[in-house]
Design a protein around this ligand. Structure first.
Ligand SMILES: Cc1ncc(COP(=O)(O)O)c(C=O)c1O
Length: 365
């Protein structure tokens, strides 16, 4: 048995998402790039590479990882590049997408050898959480003003527009794409390619993938553009668990268990967005609040129902633990960092990374 805590990536489950992505690419003509900000565990890139067109990035490090570990097409995007990194970014990328006209002009020369694009912000988004809303008031994410973009069209050949956020609703996607067409139509007509970003949950069970494919194909035909998607969460959803062990039990008006992990250190987004973790099947007569072992009072995975009473030493699988987890894990409280393991297609499990005291020590100085 592998020592907990560890993330367990199940390739069979990952493959289901990959097959949907491949189907969408085939039926819509869109290309799909893995958003490394969400998931960058390169040990499974060998599997993903056959179903996706490449990667997109948010920094020099991600651009380099995408180029070196995934290969195929590498899109570089960043909210802002520094002078000292631009040459290296360009050396790893097929396309570079600038967040502002200011950055595009600043790095016009060093980026002249590759395809360039600009991020547009349509001012509409599916996000209900302002922390994650690219269209929030005064947003720094992309250019808004058609009149300012027109004069730099000779420097760029495409656009990136990321305004979907955990969007499971095709009709909402469709309406917002309509808004984008209305607002930016004249620019789109001059583009060769348009990336519609991530945040579209098209690999979900009930998503109308054929309607989505048809809409993308129609958009591509209307403006004569190559469409790209940048799925992060949609690529890896429901593929991974965080395996933890009960270390202690207590009763403080509710039955609590403390596990050998921490939501703050190992599944930070749940804390940021105030969401509960998931346990499956979450059924039975024994309800427990599952808590992390950091000092944070609110380090709580959630309240779940179990078929049997939990004992110290029992294991719990926290579901859906791939997206924005391994890329965000941290050493808060020095809590043991989860190892990373993979369940292969034949069912065998191998540990691909373990973290030690030295990793903790070396992350500081
Ligand atoms: C520009 C861009 N592309 C892609 C993504 C991936 O989004 P998701 O993981 O929701 O699919 C994000 C997420 O913030 C993003 O900002």
């Amino acid at each position: 048995m592998i020592q907990t805590p560890y993330y367990l990536i199940d390739k069979t489950k990952l493959l289901r998402n990959m097959e949907k992505i491949a189907y969408l690419r085939e039926t819509s003509g869109a290309k799909a790039l893995l958003a490394l900000k969400c998931f960058a565990t390169w040990s499974v890139f060998d599997l993903m590479r056959d179903y996706m067109d490449g990667t997109t990035s948010s920094s020099l490090n991600e651009a380099r990882l995408g180029h070196e570990r995934f290969g195929k097409e590498t899109h570089a995007y960043s909210v802002a590049y520094a002078d000292y990194e631009i040459d290296e970014v360009v050396s790893h990328a097929d396309k570079i997408i600038f967040n502002t006209i200011g950055q595009l002009r600043r790095f016009e020369k060093p980026s002249a050898g590759i395809i360039r694009g600009l991020r547009l912000n349509p001012g509409v988004s599916s996000s209900s959480f302002d922390l994650a809303d690219p269209a929030r008031p005064f947003s720094r994410l992309g250019e808004w003003d058609l009149a300012k973009v027109e004069p730099v069209m000779d420097l760029i050949s495409g656009f990136m527009i990321h305004n979907n956020c955990e969007n499971k609703d095709f009709d909402l996607f469709d309406r917002m794409l309509g808004d984008i067409e209305e607002k930016f139509g004249p620019l789109l007509k001059k583009a060769d390619w348009v990336s519609l970003g991530g945040g579209i949950h098209f690999t979900g069970e009930d998503y109308p993938i054929d309607r989505f494919a048809e809409r993308l194909k129609r958009f591509s035909g209307e403006y004569d553009v190559q469409v790209y998607l940048e799925p992060g969460e949609a690529s890896i959803t429901k593929s991974t668990t965080l395996e933890v062990t009960v270390l202690d039990k207590l009763y403080n008006g509710k039955d609590l268990v403390v596990v050998d992990s921490s939501i703050e250190a190992h599944m930070l987004d749940l804390l940021i967005y105030r969401e509960s973790a998931k346990v499956s099947p979450n059924q039975g007569p024994h309800r427990y609040m599952v808590c992390g072992k950091s000092c944070l009072a609110g380090d709580i995975f959630g309240e779940f129902d179990f078929p049997d009473e939990l004992k110290v030493g029992d294991r719990i699988s926290i579901q859906d633990a791939a997206g924005y987890t391994m890329v965000k894990k941290n050493w808060f409280n020095g809590v043991k960092m989860p190892a990373i393991a993979i369940r292969e297609l034949d069912g065998s499990i191998r540990t691909v990374r373990e973290f030690s005291y030295t990793d903790y020590e070396q992350s500081l100085s």
